[in-house]
Write a protein that binds this ligand. Structure first.
Ligand code: NAD
Ligand code: IPM
Ligand code: MN
Length: 353
């Protein structure tokens, strides 16, 4: 029997609440299929672990994770530990160490999902964001000079390598070609006169290899306006690390909310494990109350199944999410329901059969 070994990092706040439902759903899928199984190993890393040990994960954490087939992550970060420590020492370290340079984030208005935009047809919101996930504004390059003195200076560098830009842009072109969709690049070459001019140049260069793919190029400020006013313009979208972070929260807002937005951090070469996670954070404002929506996590479980080649199950989970939202009987408060996190997870399991 095919076995998928999964490292589970539930993390902080609502992370453990939503991940419990994701694991429940994946276990049931494997049981029903009968041809594959999951082995889940849970790691209690995160902010509580930090407060006890002074580290977000053990020193050999990356070494421990490297032989897993995938990582299933809830959320990281909690008041009491500075965010730049909790995120850099766990989530961002994993993305970088395992060269998960593709962050694939669907922004699709599923049937039944709430949408705050007026006059928009459901099928108008159907995008896939290909976010650069290894460098750019998140390279972690900079300095803090003359700290705590009146001459204090901070420098945060954006790092855009040819290798890094080419591979993410090529991935996006391949996806657009495979799916027969248009490709939009989002950048900011008018103000960021080195990094984004370079990005735009590489977008054009690689495009010469893909004459069959229609392309658009927008500045990020205009793109954010069009995502709200005319989202149908966007199909496959490729953008930098920071722009992709911001625009996918905007994407979440127009396609059902943070409780429904999923993401996959992929190492396409499969040399290292890929990581699947909802894109939301630890939501301290609702943590521990059973209010967290686990559907984003279920969607990221669907992305994991797809990545492992179980496409029918991946699609089945999306169908079930849609059914739950259309029926609107078992939903969490963010979607106007009164169900708890685990009731929604149970409803998904029930619908699986
Ligand atoms: P957040 O995504 O945690 O919360 C933003 C808002 O969305 C909150 O009102 C929250 O209640 C709501 N929300 C989020 N997920 C929800 C869900 N599943 N169901 C219902 N409502 C949901 O963002 P934030 O408040 O800016 O960040 C909180 C912490 O999480 C910070 O420490 C931040 O650094 C961290 N963070 C972690 C990740 C991650 O681990 N991938 C992502 C984003 C933020
Ligand atoms: C996300 C998160 C992370 C990011 C943070 C927590 C470092 O916001 O996954 O969208 O910016 O990538
Ligand atoms: Mn984000």
């Amino acid at each position: 029997m095919q076995k998928h070994r999964i490292a589970v990092i539930a993390g902080d706040g609502i992370g453990p609440e939503v991940i419990a439902e994701g694991v429940k759903v994946l276990k049931r899928v494997a049981e029903l299929d009968g041809g594959f199984e999951f082995e889940f190993d849970e790691f209690p890393w995160g902010c509580e672990y930090y407060l006890k040990t002074g580290r977000m994960m053990p020193e050999n954490g990356i070494d421990i994770l490297k032989d897993y087939d995938a990582i299933f992550l809830g959320a990281v970060g909690y008041p009491g530990v500075p965010d730049h420590i909790s995120l850099w020492d766990l989530l961002l370290t994993i993305r970088k160490s395992f060269d998960q340079y593709v962050n694939l984030r669907p922004v699709k208005l599923l049937k039944g999902a709430p949408c705050p935009l007026a006059g928009i047809k459901r099928e108008d919101i159907d995008m896939t964001f290909v976010r650069e996930n290894s460098e750019g504004e998140y390279a972690g390059s900079g300095a803090w000079l003359y700290k705590n003195s009146p001459n204090e200076v901070v420098i945060q560098n954006g790092v855009f390598s040819r290798h890094g830009c080419e591979r993410i842009i090529r991935y996006a072109y391949e996806l657009a070609r495979k799916e027969g969709k248009t490709l939009t690049s989002i950048s900011k070459g008018n103000a960021l006169n080195y990094s984004m001019v370079f990005w735009d140049q590489i977008f054009k260069e690689i495009g010469e290899e893909y004459p069959d793919v229609s392309t658009y190029s927008y500045l990020v400020d205009a793109a954010s306006m069009f995502m709200v006013k005319d989202p149908a313009r966007f199909e496959i979208v490729v953008t930098s690390n920071l722009f992709g972070d911001i625009l996918t929260d905007l994407g979440a807002a127009i396609s059902g909310g943070m409780g429904l937005a999923a993401g996959a951090n992929l190492n396409p070469e499969r040399k290292y494990p890929s990581m699947f996670e909802p894109i939301h954070g630890s939501a301290p404002d609702i943590a521990g109350q059973g209010k967290a929506n686990p559907l984003a996590t279920v969607w990221s479980a669907s992305q994991m199944l797809d990545f492992f080649g179980h496409k029918e199950w991946a699609d089945k989970l999306i169908d079930i999410i849609e059914e739950l939202m259309v029926e609107a009987k078992v939903l969490t408060p963010d979607m106007g329901g009164a169900a708890t996190t685990s009731e929604v997870g149970d409803a998904v399991v029930f619908k699986l059969g």
